[in-house]
Structure formats: structure tokens, C-alpha cells
Design a protein around this ligand. Structure first.
Ligand code: ATR
Length: 276
């Protein structure tokens, strides 16, 4: 029997930290297996999907820009994948391609670990209206947070997201940021703004609720301008690295047969690789 191998498919894929994470776990648990990056060009996912089994893979991860194409390529999908129309974790079972989306799980598991009382929040504010924001809104609703405001640079996209998400979700533009901030128990940045160190938008954190939690899904840099501002104002902050580590665990378990632990040593290994 060949050692099981998994992949991460993306374009570009060289920046992905998934190989580091999965190889850390393989090594840590003494599992003979492999995890490899696969550079798949923007229009190439369907072709790649058809070759997964013949390349000897048991499954893999999918990252930008292929999550929607991966969803379409699957024969079987989980409810989480269907609710987002996007897949980030693939596996082959009895010759059939299955897909899950573990981003919602990763977001939730990370908050459960680092700020467990987030589930007591009643009002949430989400910045951004792309695929990442859709996952965050799903996680908030699943945690029974009943009032969610989605604000976006392009207000129309936030309104569309809110409409699709259903009752209790309203959308708007960044003009409403100050007012919405004052009502929020949890504030999530689901935009890539801050990745280059630029804020993208300004948050007047003096308006935030005492005891509110600020969450960023960006992990490069770890301390985004968004989180730095929140910390200065005395809010609790949750960075994006924990979500990255937790979303990886369900895939590893499917491919390699053991539920891996997200521990401090893994976090330090990824931080060192990020140069943080
Ligand atoms: P993803 O699927 O990763 O969420 P996306 O669909 O491209 O990616 O969505 C990116 C989100 O971040 C969008 O909400 C985008 O705002 P627009 O809809 O107006 O484009 C938001 N975004 C990106 N860069 C931003 C910036 N510099 N300032 C504010 N919002 C930004």
C-alpha cells in the first residue's frame, strides 16, 4: 500500500502555509504520508479534479481561486459546503469526490478556544461581503447570534449577502460603521484590508462596547491595523492564525486517520515561517 498523500491546490500556491501545517502533524504523530502544493491555473480546476485519484491522492485542500470550481467538481458535498457554494477540503471515498467547507468550523473552533464567551454575543458586525464574510455570517448565525450587520465598501454586495443569509441579517455601507460599532458585541474584519499594513478603512474604536471582541481573519500581518486599534481601545482581540490552524484539522483526520491537535508548538512553527 502506498503512503497516503494529500495536496493543496491554488494559484498562486507557493504562499500557502497548509503544507507546513499538515507536515507538522504527520511528523508529530509519526504518520507516513505526504502533503504537496499543486499549482493549478485559474481555468484548470476541472481538469485537475479529474486527475486527483490517478495522481495517487486521497484528497486535499483547495484555496483561492478554486473554491467555487471545487464545489462544482464534487459528486457529494456537506451541508456546510452547500450553504457557501464553496469547498476547501476534498476527499475520495469509493471512487467518488466528496467536498466539505471547514472555514466556518475553523472560525467557530478558534473562537471557542480563545474567547469562549463569544457565544453570549447578541449583536455582531461583519466588515466585508465576499466569500469569507459569507462564512463568518454563517458561523455567527449557527451560534445563535441573532442580529448581524454586514457593512461593505460596495454597499450593494452587503445587501445581497444579507438578503441571501436571511432573517436577522442587514447590509449596508461603511458610512454606517460608527453607529453599528456601538451596538456590536463582536466585530469581525472579513476583508483582506490590512494585509499590506494599510487599514483600508478607519474604525473609531472609542465607540465600541466595553468587553466587545474584535476578530480578524487576516493573519499576515498577525497584528493588523484593525486589531491594533481594537487592542489600544481595550477590546479583546482574536487574530486570524487560529482560524487557519483549526480549519485544517478535519481534512487531516479524513486523509490520515487521526484527529490532530492545534497546539502552541504548531502556532509557533507557523509564526516563525511567517517571520513574525
Ligand atoms: P473573499 O472571497 O476572500 O472574501 P472577495 O470576494 O474578493 O474575497 O471579497 C473581498 C471583500 O473585501 C469585499 O467585501 C471587498 O469589498 P468590495 O465588495 O467593495 O470590493 C473587501 N475589500 C477588499 N479590499 C478592501 C479595502 N482596501 N477596503 C475595504 N474593503 C475591502
Amino acid at each position: 500500500v502506498n503512503a497516503p498523500a494529500a495536496f493543496v491546490a491554488g494559484w498562486p500556491v507557493s504562499h500557502s502555509r497548509s503544507p507546513l501545517i499538515h507536515r507538522y502533524w504527520l511528523n508529530r504523530y509519526g504518520i507516513v504520508g505526504d502533503y504537496r502544493p499543486e499549482a493549478v491555473p485559474p481555468d484548470g480546476f476541472a481538469e485537475f479534479a479529474a486527475s486527483i485519484a490517478s495522481k495517487g491522492y486521497v484528497g486535499g485542500n483547495v484555496t483561492i481561486p478554486h473554491k467555487e470550481a471545487a464545489f462544482r467538481a464534487c459528486n457529494v458535498t456537506t451541508p456546510a459546503a452547500r450553504s457557501l457554494g464553496a469547498v476547501n477540503t476534498l476527499w475520495i471515498q469509493y471512487g467518488t469526490l466528496h467536498g466539505d467547507n471547514t472555514d466556518v468550523f475553523g472560525f467557530t473552533a478558534n473562537l471557542d478556544e480563545t474567547a469562549p464567551d463569544w457565544r453570549a454575543a447578541r449583536t455582531a458586525l461583519v466588515l466585508g461581503a465576499g466569500g469569507a464574510a459569507r462564512g463568518v455570517v454563517r458561523a455567527l448565525l449557527d451560534a445563535a447570534i441573532s442580529a448581524v450587520t454586514v457593512l461593505n465598501r460596495t454597499p450593494e454586495r452587503a445587501r445581497d449577502l444579507a438578503l441571501a443569509a436571511g432573517q436577522g441579517v442587514r447590509g449596508g455601507g461603511l458610512d454606517d460603521l460608527d453607529e453599528a460599532l456601538g451596538a456590536a458585541d463582536i466585530v469581525v474584519n472579513a476583508t483582506p484590508a490590512g494585509m499590506d499594513g494599510a487599514a483600508g478603512f478607519t474604525v473609531d474604536w472609542s465607540r465600541a462596547r466595553r468587553g466587545a471582541i474584535a476578530v480578524d481573519i487576516v493573519y499576515v500581518p498577525l497584528m493588523t491595523p484593525f486589531l491594533a486599534g481594537a487592542a489600544t481601545a481595550g477590546l479583546r482581540i482574536v487574530d486570524g492564525l487560529g482560524m487557519l490552524l483549526h480549519q485544517a484539522a478535519p481534512g487531516f483526520e479524513r486523509w490520515f486517520g487521526r484527529r490532530p491537535e492545534v497546539d502552541g508548538e504548531l502556532r509557533r512553527a507557523v509564526l516563525a515561517d511567517l517571520g513574525a
